[in-house]
Design a protein around this ligand. Structure first.
Ligand SMILES: [Mn+2]
Length: 299
């Protein structure tokens, strides 16, 4: 059976603590469990203090068949940062803002060019999603139309080498599909509504708790909006949301959840509980097809 773990963001110390807590042991440099397989929802890198170690632990586990790993938006961005088009332009602009987000990783990676190159090559082999017999994994949002678009440019979720320019070109269908799958579901506010983000920029789009089944108002579904009063109190039309077919349990990361780990719906569990912001490194121990709150393990 599977243990699904949340975003790591360079916190290899917490990752190792969690692996030991789950009963994995390091043997010949590879963490392993006699009966279980680890699945990472991506975002191994950026922010935290142990970038190389975080990548190496998961990569070795994958290479020896003890883990699976999908791509988070941070691995996607790392590839785009390191890759050029035919004119020699980087697929992700080397701006101050982008560098700052990637600094912790670059500081370690640039000390060891061979490791850096091999790591980017490995990141390129990570699928954007996983669909197994009894579960699904995606970094931020399961959305069938976006998965259908992805399938034109990927094999079993792994982007083809010649798709990277499309994947990083704003407005391209592949770029938009990956935005949804790896960064989540955004919607436009009704005409006339504006809120201000943490840097006080006016915004007319909100990120959403797309999984939520009960309260569906703009105020309840918005993520990261401090001044909820600035949003409409009415419901978001159902057609504006992706929904979820509930056919299989779904595991996501990405959302920097706060508090005690818990399910997001009867069939959806987020395993990112903000280890990079003083929160917890979390796993969901999957032993049955019905999800429950007791299956979270946190350190
Ligand atoms: Mn993320």
């Amino acid at each position: 059976m599977y243990d699904i773990i949340g975003d790591i963001h360079g916190h290899a110390d917490k990752l190792e603590e969690l692996l030991l807590e789950l009963g994995y042991k390091e043997d010949d440099g590879v963490y392993q469990h006699p009966e279980r397989t680890l699945i990472s929802v991506g975002d191994l890198i950026d922010r935290g203090p142990y970038q190389k170690r975080s990548v190496d632990i998961i990569r070795k586990m994958c290479e020896h068949g003890h883990a699976k790993c999908i791509m988070g938006n941070h691995e996607f961005n790392a590839i785009a940062w390191a890759t050029t088009d035919t004119n020699g332009h980087y697929l992700r602009e080397h701006s101050d803002k982008n560098r700052k987000q990637h600094d912790a990783f670059l500081l370690e990676a640039e000390q060891d060019k061979q490791w850096y190159e091999e790591t980017i090559d490995w990141f390129k082999t990570l699928p954007i999603y996983l669909e197994l017999d009894n579960l699904r994994i995606v970094h931020a949002c399961w959305h069938t139309p976006s998965l259908d678009i992805l399938s034109k440019y990927a094999t079993e979720g792994v982007l083809h080498n010649d798709a990277w320019i499309s994947a990083t070109t704003e407005g391209h269908e592949l770029f938009e599909a990956i935005e949804v799958l790896c960064k989540g579901w955004e919607i436009a506010l009704p005409e006339g509504f504006v809120f201000h983000d943490k840097d006080n920029n006016p915004r007319t789009n909100i990120r959403t708790k797309w999984w939520q089944e009960d309260d569906k108002s703009y105020q309840a579904l918005a993520i990261g909006v401090k001044d909820k009063e600035s949003l409409p109190n009415s419901d978001i039309p159902g057609s504006a949301m992706p929904g979820y077919d509930n056919q299989k349990p779904l595991f996501i990361g990405h959302y920097w959840m706060k508090g005690e780990p818990c399910l997001q719906s009867s069939r959806i569990a987020c395993v990112d509980w903000s280890v990079a912001a003083g929160g917890k490194m979390v796993a969901y121990r999957l032993n049955s097809s019905s999800l429950n709150n007791d299956a979270f393990v946190a350190v």
